[in-house]
Design a protein around this ligand. Structure first.
Ligand code: ADP
Ligand code: MG
Length: 205
């Protein structure tokens, strides 16, 4: 379903998924942060629930709208970072998307998150889900895999990356204040990232 509407369905679904997982994400954040990650993400994506499913709103503009809303409505660390991700993905979005163009867009989004938040892989943040997804998409582009398959592999890489944060010691964000005590808990931002990419895999390609 590589029509332009696929992006609208993705963003609407991602917003619903954040609302559905809000309590669980707050719970993860309560262990190593301040307990608001699910509330932040569902508030930041709330406006996406009403994105009109028509061809008037271009996919890149829908992505921009979501990015702006995240940057402007979420006070926490994650709003500006996820906002930056969606804004940059929107800048690189090509319609219809291909494995190549999505790999470039997601890589650009991850690079922007990393340059804004200064986190690298292993710091126990959203980067630990997003960067493996970008690497997986680039690998799929090299192998010329169809988009559906590439996104499924990318979402799986993000999910694996999110699980890998369990044993990490946080070096960025609020969780880093806990030092070694942050180990043994999943990073909430990595989990929400993997949920967003799983939603993309269900709707795009
Ligand atoms: P806050 O920490 O301000 O309460 P949230 O709870 O909404 O914000 O988001 C926390 C998530 O943000 C963390 O789980 C982590 O994934 C992500 N995060 C925090 N700081 C950074 C950073 N510098 N770079 C990348 N991601 C970060
Ligand atoms: Mg928090």
């Amino acid at each position: 379903m590589a029509t332009s509407n696929a992006v609208h369905f993705w963003l609407r679904d991602a917003a619903q998924v954040m609302a559905d997982h809000s309590a669980e994400l707050n719970e993860l954040d309560r262990a190593i942060g301040d307990g608001d990650h699910g509330s932040n993400m569902s508030r930041g994506l709330e406006s996406a629930l009403t994105i009109p499913i028509d061809a008037e709103l271009l996919p890149k503009d829908a992505l921009k709208q979501v990015g702006m809303a995240l940057v402007s409505t979420v006070g926490g660390a994650s709003g500006p970072l996820f906002g930056t991700f969606f804004l940059r993905v929107g800048q690189y979005w090509e319609s219809p998307p291909t494995t190549d163009s999505i790999a470039r867009a997601v890589r650009a989004g991850v690079d922007a998150v990393m340059s804004r938040g200064k986190a690298v892989e292993g710091d126990k943040t959203m980067v630990d889900a997003l960067a493996p997804a970008a690497a997986s998409l680039e690998d799929s582009a090299l192998r010329q895999l169809p988009l559906v398959e590439a996104l499924a592999l990318g979402a799986q890489a993000a999910a694996d990356g999110a699980q890998s944060t369990l044993d990490m010691v946080a070096r960025r964000g609020r969780a880093s204040y806990l030092g070694e005590r942050s180990a043994g808990h999943l990073d909430p931002g990595a989990i929400s990232s993997s949920l967003i990419l799983a939603s993309a895999a269900r709707h795009i390609g």
